[in-house]
Design a protein around this ligand. Structure first.
Ligand code: NAD
Length: 516
């Protein structure tokens, strides 16, 4: 097994033109010797090094911002459909490179093969969306109270924006932001997670090759480095008009405060603690599949992972044994192997957090129904594997209000739907939610103002697995940001209200007279 992985590692490095030591800064070309720390990317599959990256420093950062500002001047002079054409060409190239890029995502973050490729498919999807959007950016026109006047709103680009991404969606989240921002006219500086540096470098290699080949301004830059160094430089910099931040609530709070201090804009996509309600009217087979996918996909490391299951007490004893059965049978191991559904956690700290959360849950009255331990996978002893875990909780407790980025599902029983919704809404986060029911009244109650308090509400489908067409994001501690589809593009612009007087006189609003 490990021999296979070693040859795969070599193939991936060759295919993506990665070296054993790589530059982690792109600014109108790869900076030959950035002056930051060296960081070695480790595969969570076997705990072994893949390659090393030289990250950026403050000096590199200054170069990146300066060049991004210069590229903006050129980029903004193009029409939105001309900008969309670049994204169309990038989308085409991503189609060609999908499986190569998918493999580095899997090797570096431990996603299964289909999930690794799914990540790149999401980039292609949002590229298509952005191309269409480039021909339909629009504003409202309002009736003016003044004679021979016209009023309308226009959405103008912001300038340079910063995109800080998390390890668990190491490339798609960047594209959600960057392709939309690009068609509205912004230039983008990317600071990826230090746990997924090679994915970011590979994506930039492919994308910037297209930019160069077709002679577009260098609108995409990359600067790797720690959150406290590079992330903080971006957050504090008034030249960077918007920070789109994806990550934990803890880091997001720091970013939010830093950007707010300079009155910059933010899009915050922070942690989730998502719940699914299964009612007595649910289709049991469908619900089991939905809950299992929501809770187990990406080894519980999605922002939208189902972390809490709220089941009607009338069906609890029928539903739980079936779910436990699925958990016992699900294959944990090398995510690149056929049939494996649960790969590793990202690193050793994540395994410690998983074990710590289980101990806390037990102290708070939880009973482990299945799983609960770290696992060693034969031939991959250095990898970071854990057992998918279900813990029955007597009530909402402090640990169930936290996001532990691992496959732990807390289960609660309920008597009335009102009680289920109360349990559901009792956590600080508000990203995704779902209800499994065939009852119209239950479904509508869940979707009403007194129902789910999350940014995403699903009926008869999992909390995880969103499409790009809708605006994505969550409420409360999840940060309130919206990105990807719908009208989220407006977040990458500044809105300007325009009043034009095309008459020969100058009438004033509210009937005010000012004769001079
Ligand atoms: P993280 O908060 O540790 O890191 C995210 C990014 O922020 C990294 O690039 C990191 O270097 C940077 N960073 C850290 N501290 C910073 C600071 N002080 N200033 C600026 N940047 C800083 O998160 P992670 O472990 O990489 O990702 C998992 C978290 O991300 C989970 O909480 C998950 O729910 C969340 N997430 C949310 C969404 C969403 O759309 N809501 C999507 C994916 C992941």
């Amino acid at each position: 097994m490990s021999t296979d992985l070693n040859s795969l590692r070599k193939d991936i490095l060759r295919d993506l033109e990665l070296n054993s030591v790589n530059s982690g800064v792109y600014s109108n070309g790869w900076v030959a010797k950035p002056s930051g720390k060296r960081v070695t990317s480790i595969s969570p599959i076997d705990g072994r090094a893949i390659a090393t990256v030289i990250t950026g420093s403050k000096k590199d950062y200054e170069r990146v911002v300066g060049r991004s500002e210069a590229a903006y001047e050129e980029w903004v002079a193009l029409t939105p459909p001309q900008r969309g054409e670049l994204i169309r060409l990038i989308g085409n190239e991503l189609r060609i490179q999908k499986s190569k890029l998918g493999r580095i995502v899997s090797l570096e973050t431990g996603k299964t093969k289909v999930e690794g490729e799914g990540e790149i498919q999401e980039m292609i999807d949002i590229a298509d969306f952005a191309v269409g959007l480039s021909r339909q950016l629009h504003g409202l026109q309002m009736a003016s109270e003044r004679f021979e006047h016209r009023m309308y709103e226009q959405y103008l680009p912001l300038g340079v924006i910063g995109v800080i991404t998390s390890f668990n969606f190491p490339s798609s989240v960047w594209s959600w932001n960057s392709f939309i921002a690009a068609v509205v006219g912004d230039t983008v500086i990317w600071k990826p997670s230090s746990k997924a540096l090679l994915t970011a470098i590979s994506v930039m290699k492919i994308i910037t090759k297209v930019v160069k080949e077709y002679n577009y301004p260098e609108i995409f830059s990359l600067i790797t480095g720690g959150g406290f160094e590079i992330g903080n430089l971006l957050s504090a910099d008034p030249r960077v008009k918007l920070i789109s931040f994806t990550g934990s609530v803890k880091s997001g709070r720091i970013v939010s405060e830093t950007v707010a201090r300079r009155f910059g804009k933010t899009i915050l996509e922070l942690g989730g603690n998502n719940g699914s309600i299964v009612t007595s009217k649910a289709n049991i087979e469908l619900s089991l599949k939905g809950v299992a996918f929501g809770a187990l996909a990406t080894a519980g490391q999605r922002c939208t992972t189902t972390r809490r299951l709220i089941v009607d007490e009338g069906i609890y004893n029928k539903f739980l044994p079936r779910l436990k059965d699925i958990y016992r049978k699900v294959k944990v191991g090398n995510p690149l192997e056929e049939g494996v559904l649960v790969g590793p956690l990202i690193d050793g700290d994540a395994v410690s957090n998983f074990l710590g959360a289980i101990e806390r849950a037990k102290k708070e009255g939880g009973k482990v129904l299945v799983g609960g331990k770290a696992v060693k996978v034969k031939g991959l002893e250095g990898g970071f594997y854990v057992e998918p875990t279900i813990i029955e909780m007597p009530k909402v407790t402090p640990i169930t209000c936290e996001e532990t980025f691992a496959p732990i599902l807390y289960v609660f029983k309920y008597r009335t739907l009102e009680e289920a919704i109360k349990i559901h809404n009792s956590v600080p986060q508000g990203l995704s939610s779902s209800i499994f029911t065939t009852d119209l009244r239950e479904e509508e109650r869940f979707l009403s103002a007194l129902g789910s308090d999350c940014g995403l509400a699903n009926v008869n489908t999992a909390t995880a697995g969103a499409e790009i067409g809708g605006a994505f994001g969550g409420e409360k501690d999840t940060g309130g940001g919206r990105e990807s589809g719908s009208d989220a593009w407006k977040n990458y612009t500044r809105r300007q209200t325009v009043t034009i007087n095309w008459g020969k006189d100058i009438p004033l609003a509210q009937g005010v007279r000012f004769e001079v």
